[in-house]
Design a protein. Structure first.
Length: 340
């Protein structure tokens, strides 16, 4: 898929946004319904231990899809649930899946992967559904973005990059994930910290890390911010040059300075969590939380943490609910400052 320039998405009427959210939600509903029918046909019951659907509100190969499928493998390996399936509902930074899921009142055999990117997409897409409309279960991982440039780039530091970026912000193409993603938020904050008008940022959204790496090496974009794992192979092969990591403190497995260490007050993390449908009972919520706790305790999940260079930041219950509220305020502040 071709990249989409996205300095600022064109204004759309509320009715237009609702129309497209509804259209995509219908397709999502069909996908989830099909998964449920297949599970029932296999002789499964109607509780989460008998059958469980994990919604990845993105296409195959992305971070949410990866988290859902790693969880599915852990569930299958340890027999935590009899029948676990993953359903993809891509579109609009996860808000298509969120809109569908928010309407699944009382559905106790389905959970959805979410994260900070969804909070940004809720802002940029004018989504009527928010994380207030679902039931928080747990945060499961965090990982960190890195700022990278091509190996032959003249920029050897963040300071070098900013100095060039300031000259002609609109001509300096940055690449990252979907609109509203943590990638775009970090780039926006870096622009602000460097004295660049954030609305002048030439941000190009891509669907995956592979496309980003290719665009960097071909010169289509001058720099990128994305998850470290997206670029690890190219960095190790000497094809890309990493300048900094967005972590709040140094990461043992990533030999890079943090943006904060370099004097930029930027420490956004790409967290991922699990939510359940609205309207489930307290008992059903406890059961789903127990299932997630069992998943993150498996050797398979711990292997996934290591392979993907995620950080295990499990957080559940009221603490996770408070975390979502804090993150929502933080993300809203970022985009509100830009007039969204």
């Amino acid at each position: 898929m071709a990249p989409t320039p996205s300095q600022k998405p064109p204004a759309r009427s509320a009715s237009h946004r609702r129309l497209w959210l509804t259209v995509f939600a219908v397709f999502g509903a069909a996908a989830v319904a099909l998964a449920s029918v297949n599970a029932s046909a296999s002789g499964a019951g109607d509780d989460a231990r008998s059958r469980l659907t994990l919604i990845a509100p993105a296409g195959a190969g992305g971070g949410w899809d990866g988290a859902a499928r790693e969880a599915q493998q852990a569930i299958r390996a340890q027999g935590i649930v009899n029948n676990a399936q993953v359903v993809n509902i891509p579109g609009a930074g996860g808000t298509i899946g969120l809109t569908k899921f928010a309407g699944m009142q009382g559905e106790s055999t389905t959970m959805m992967v979410t994260g900070i990117t969804m909070l940004g997409a809720i802002n940029l897409n004018g989504s009527e559904a928010t994380l207030d409309d679902v039931t928080p279960i747990a945060r499961i991982t965090e990982d960190y973005d890195v700022l990278v440039v091509p190996a032959d780039s003249p920029y050897d530091s963040v300071e070098d990059l900013l100095a060039e970026w300031k000259k002609k912000p609109g001509s300096f193409a940055f690449g990252g994930g979907s609109l509203g993603s943590v990638d775009q938020m970090i780039i926006t904050q870096l622009a602000q910290a460097g004295g660049i008008d954030p609305t002048a940022v030439n941000y190009i959204a891509y669907s995956g890390g592979g496309e980003l790496a290719t665009s960097l090496m071909s010169g289509t974009i001058k720099a990128s911010v994305s998850g470290y794992v997206d670029f690890a192979d190219q960095i190790e092969a000497g094809k890309l040059k990493a300048l900094a990591v967005s972590a709040p403190e140094p990461v043992a497995s990533i030999d890079l300075p943090t943006l904060k260490e370099l004097g930029y007050d930027i420490e956004l993390t790409n967290w991922r969590g699990i939510v359940a449908a609205p309207g489930i009972t307290a008992e059903e919520k406890r059961e789903l939380q127990t299932i997630v706790e069992e998943v993150v305790g498996t050797p398979e999940w711990q292997d996934a943490i290591e392979r993907n260079q995620w950080t295990d930041t499990f957080l559940a219950g009221e603490d996770f609910e408070a975390f979502i509220a804090d993150e929502t305020r933080s993300v809203n502040k970022i985009w509100n400052e830009l007039g969204y």
